[in-house]
Design a protein around this ligand. Structure first.
Ligand code: GLY
Ligand code: MN
Ligand code: MN
Length: 432
């Protein structure tokens, strides 16, 4: 571990100690017990799907796979971690990383699944619904108090320098995967082989990815969360969309790239270049006090201009926006907060914790905040040829160039996604 990351993590822990003490004092609590959660096995089976530690516990320890464990926070006291470490010859025993948080905590290795020791006025947060001790805990403590969770979510929205360093490293590791995926595409690989190339180069197994990688060839690039990997390569290669990440110390990269295949019409290559330009322009507009909803609307305006400039729409850019045409070509939001969760917490709240839902016209937008230094967000404009969304427009007299739409449909779509931190003076792009 580099000395700078070591020191940054120590500062991060000190920051959490201070912030939690304030939140507990505000809520008149003596202690907070955070449960890691645990995986459930499939019905009538003894195997479980991949698991992710509850974000508020991961915030302290950066471990994405802690289960059956408790963290107790009390102001002015060392954090107490009750880490489940069974005597188990089936698995490798729990090992602690060589990181400064370990020396800042009292760590109790527990061979059993314990109930946490609660003292004073206590709140309990985490997924305790399936714990046999759940009802007993609820009788002794305030369970999932909303003001506490809202305050902790708000704390997570603003990343410390340590967290930004982790997100930057997650990006660096993910980009190696993206380069390998591009090379595999140039070598005419199938989706599964592109996925395997990505995992190998980004040094991770599939169960550790922060979200299921989207590897879409041709029309699959237009399926927003395409969830399969074809085993054989298509005969024609129009396009590849790769939306794939990597965790580092719990923190997630979320990066998308779109590549042009040898069989694509030339206009598709021009659209990819235009969308890269749009992504770059929107990244440059990231700064403190910018409204993310306005930035999202700006994406639609510029998408309208791209549709007009590339002869997909024969009206004006304004008309493309006001008639909802850009929304049919891009139904998702411009981006979201990024951190320990890919779609991180507190994106749809005001700073005081009251709800700030997505605007009615843009229901998929996951971030409605005014940007502030320390926020980390994605910027991911898209342009897709999705039959289900475009079909209703065919029966109108809107001047959409259907011949060109049909020619581009086998290319699926385009998304370009970078991870960006809001700084005091503007932005820093974490995606190399
Ligand atoms: N990878 C999911 C997203 O971009 O939001
Ligand atoms: Mn994203
Ligand atoms: Mn993504």
């Amino acid at each position: 571990m580099s000395t700078s990351l070591f020191n940054l993590q120590r500062d991060h822990i000190a920051h959490l100690q201070h912030a939690y003490a304030e939140i507990l004092a505000d809520q008149k609590l003596d202690s907070l017990a955070i449960y890691s959660g645990h995986a459930s096995t499939h019905f009538a089976d003894d195997h479980a799907p991949p698991f992710q530690t509850y974000g508020h516990l991961m915030h302290w320890v950066g471990l994405a796979d802690v289960q059956h464990s408790w963290l107790i926070i009390q102001p002015e006291k060392r954090p107490q971690l009750y880490l489940y470490a069974p005597a188990d010859f089936w698995h490798l025993p729990t090992q602690l990383p060589e990181e400064p948080w370990v020396t800042e905590f009292d760590i109790h290795l527990c061979s059993d699944k314990i109930a946490p020791p609660l003292t004073g006025k206590t709140a309990v947060i985490g997924d305790i619904g399936r714990l046999t001790s759940g009802a007993q805990l609820a009788s002794k403590a305030d369970v999932q108090p909303e003001p506490v969770i809202t305050a902790l979510d708000e704390l997570r929205l603003f990343k410390t320098p340590y967290e930004i360093a982790c997100l930057r490293e997650a990006n660096r590791l993910a980009i190696a995967g993206h380069q390998a995926a591009q090379a595999a595409f140039m070598g005419a690989s199938a989706e599964l082989d592109i996925q395997l190339a990505y995992l190998g180069a980004s040094r991770q197994r599939e169960s550790n990815v922060p979200y299921q990688n989207i590897i879409g060839l041709n029309a699959h690039a237009g399926v927003l969360h395409y969830q399969h990997y074809d085993l054989s390569a298509p005969k024609q290669r129009y396009s590849l969309l790769v939306d794939a990440g990597r965790r580092f110390r719990g923190y997630c990269a979320d990066i998308t790239r779109t590549y042009v295949g040898p069989d694509a019409p030339s206009v598709f290559g021009e659209l990819v270049t235009a969308m890269q330009g749009l992504k770059d322009a929107l990244v440059k507009d990231v700064a403190p006090d910018v409204s993310f909803v306005s930035l999202h609307e700006q994406m639609h305006q510029q998408l309208g201009e791209i549709l007009v400039a590339n002869n997909l729409f024969k009206g004006t850019a304004n008309q493309a926006v006001t008639e909802g045409i850009t929304r049919a070509f891009c139904p998702h939001g411009l981006g979201h907060s990024l951190g320990l969760q890919v779609h991180d917490v507190a994106g749809l709240r005001h700073p005081d914790g009251t709800p700030a839902p997505a605007p009615e016209q843009h229901p998929a937008l996951r971030l409605t905040r005014t940007l502030r230094p320390g926020m980390v967000i994605t910027i991911e404009p898209g342009l897709y040829f999705i039959h289900m969304l475009l079909a209703p427009l065919r029966n109108t007299d809107l001047p959409i160039n259907w011949q060109l739409v049909d020619q581009l449909a086998p290319c699926g779509g385009i998304r370009i996604e970078d991870n960006v931190v809001v700084t005091e003076s503007g932005f820093a792009n974490l995606t190399p």
